[in-house]
Design a protein around this ligand. Sequence first.
Ligand code: FAD
Length: 392
Amino acid sequence: TAPRVVVVGAGFGGATAARYLARGGAAVSLVEASPTYVACPFSNEVVAGLRGIEAQTFGYDGLGRAGLTLLPATASAVDPDARRVSLADGASLPYDRLILSPGIDLRFDAVPGYDAQAVTAMPHAWKAGAQTVLLARQLAALPEGGTVVLSAPANPYRCPPGPYERASLIAHFLKTRKPRAKLILLDAKDTFSKQKLFEEAWATLYPDVLEHVPLSSGGQVTAVDPAAMVVRTDFAEYKADVACIIPPQRAGRIAVLAGCADRSGWCPIDPVTFESQRVAGIHVIGDAAVAGAMPKSAFSANAQGKVCAQAVLDLLAGRAPQTPKLINTCYSLVAPGYGISIAGVFHPANGLLADVPGAGGTSPLGAPAAQRAQEAAQGEDWYRTITRDAFG
Ligand code: FAD
């Protein structure tokens, strides 16, 4: 019989890996808990009222047609010795190789006051779906002259430029729809992705709307009080009309249950095959993995899905996997028609995925409007291409 591969999670990483494995002739079962996928890239536009959530929502019919078995179920446990995955409905799936791409869990133990109940008053909107729509509604209902507080976590976390894109698009919303309102961005770090490009745009577009408080100026959120709508730092207390708290994160729970996560909460992997450094026979891709210099992005998860699928096909056939090169590009929108990007190339070096020196870079500072518009359009094209590649 054909070797069996089980993939858990049909997001950007898992759906891609499963499709490429099926194409390579493996018998693939893809386990996904949610009936549809709601994509995070471009969800900041939904937050800012520039796009509907339908544009973020993908069915799984395309995966069913890809020659794999889609199992609508939650994976609840993994037995790495017996090589079996248990599902919440009681079923048990044997595997020769298991790929986990469960994305992230939010850490509700990291910011005092920010627990699982707090998300209704203070949405994170860091998993797209109901939370995204809730934050968009809260912003739409913001009183005149109101205050929005947005918090960004320390590294590592899902989508390094994401909080800054969100800040930009909320600032755009306030500038155009709520002229006297303010946005305070509380940041648990001093440096961040595409910083110079964001700061250049903010100085031009949002000087009176957006206040960025970095770590060294007291930007780290130390506690929240959702009932009082108060966000605290060591330096100050902010009363918010709308508060979006993006808390620290860890690998999705099933990766932790499988024993793949270390004390950091993330999963160290072999950079050639993405096999867990802790549990043989299990590969971890996407946000859940420690991928060295590669950021936690949909682009990365998709690239890792392909590399991991090929490595698993090679291992199952008794061939040595090839040393990969992987690419990532992250587009951010700072206003409609104003896009910026960062790109990188990565390869295995010293047991990690490292930057290929001299490859990649960011959009130039001081670029003309036409170039920013072109990058905004390229971002849209990228979204169409990658969602097609992952979900069919
Ligand atoms: P996910 O896409 O989260 O998929 C995980 C899947 O696993 C989910 O469908 C989940 O339901 C399922 N699952 C989890 N546990 C189980 C279980 N036990 N059983 C069954 N199913 C399970 N990236 C970019 O490249 N470009 C961008 O412009 C961009 N913008 C972003 C903007 C925002 C606001 C945010 C929050 C993120 C953004 N990202 C962007 C990052 C991107 O969304 C993630 O990096 C990407 O989704 C990671 O893919 P993944 O496969 O690791 O996880």
